[in-house]
Ligand binder design. Structure first.
Ligand code: 13P
Length: 280
């Protein structure tokens, strides 16, 4: 059944767990996430990169919305990382009611104004907004964020930021990165605790690929209610395709697709169990 992100994050808050938000690019990814959610009896978020949505457009959004509606577990559909008011407005009109207004490339004041403006528009359209304070390192889908620009979320700004913008969820930067961690991931939990002390909105951790059980558990204890996972799902997809095509006989396309869905689905179901959202 389709639901909204805030309802899911509220459910996670009450239950002391987190929801996985998995980036999908096509029908196979969508089937894998919904299949995993049904298999693990877990809520989930189908997440679409702003870049893929501008390329694939409405069919991908419609695919996700339809898959969420016909699922037997609660699923939300969310637009990830958009810095464009026009783009967000277009997607609101076509039914995508959960968006990330990404003003993290802007200075603090400008990010606040940008986020507040988007939040007003989104709330007016019965939607919900995730914002980001700080700047993640790493590269993702053409969204390259040079490391030198990276900065962590400042707990002394976080309370004002959320109060002023009306953001429904806050993505924090505490040492998490998009893409592969080049060395052992290290999260600044003192900073996360200080942020949680001043922000009552649910916290979001991007770059959750590669985080081990201890890091995930501590993040949840300190208020993270949404983990974004992209790189590991993509890798499961690509590895499965590579394996199919390395076979001596070329397989049927339908078989290739089924294997790819299965590979992503088991990865996603394992993440749901790790995040504590599964009840199977
Ligand atoms: P990873 O690619 O590191 O899993 O991060 C995903 C993400 O944060 C999407 O917004």
């Amino acid at each position: 059944m389709i639901t909204n992100t805030v309802a899911l994050l509220g459910m996670a808050e009450r239950g002391g767990f987190a929801i996985g938000a998995f980036n999908v690019y096509n029908l196979e990814g969508t089937l894998a996430v919904v299949g995993a959610a049904e298999e693990a009896a877990s809520p989930a978020i189908l997440q679409i990169m702003a870049e893929s949505i501008s390329r694939e457009g409405r069919p991908l959004a419609s695919t996700c919305l339809e898959a969420a509606s016909s699922a037997s577990v609660p699923i939300a559909v969310h637009l990830d990382h958009s810095s464009s008011r026009d783009e967000i407005e277009r997607w609101l009109e076509s039914g995508l009611k959960s968006v990330m207004a990404d003003g993290s490339h802007l200075e603090f004041e400008a990010n606040m104004e940008f986020t507040r403006d988007i939040a007003e528009m989104v709330h007016y359209n019965d939607g919900v907004v995730e914002a980001e304070l700080g700047r993640l390192t790493g590269a993702e889908d053409g969204l390259t964020v040079p490391e030198y620009e990276a900065k962590l979320t400042d707990p002394t700004q976080a309370g004002d930021f959320v109060a002023h913008t009306g953001a429904d969820a806050l993505a924090v930067c505490i040492g998490n990165v998009h893409g592969r961690y080049r060395s052992e991931p290290r999260l600044d939990f003192e900073r996360l605790e200080a942020i949680r002390d001043v922000v009552s909105a649910p916290l979001v951790l991007h770059g959750a690929s590669g985080l081990d059980e201890d890091l995930v558990r501590r993040s949840i204890e300190l208020g993270v209610r949404k983990f974004n996972v992209n790189t590991e799902v993509r890798a499961a997809y690509i590895d499965s395709l590579a394996e199919s095509f390395s076979a001596t006989e070329s397989p049927e396309l339908v078989v290739v697709m089924e294997r790819a869905v299965d590979a992503m689905q088991s990865l996603v179901a394992a993440k749901m169990r790790l995040f504590g959202s599964a009840s199977d």
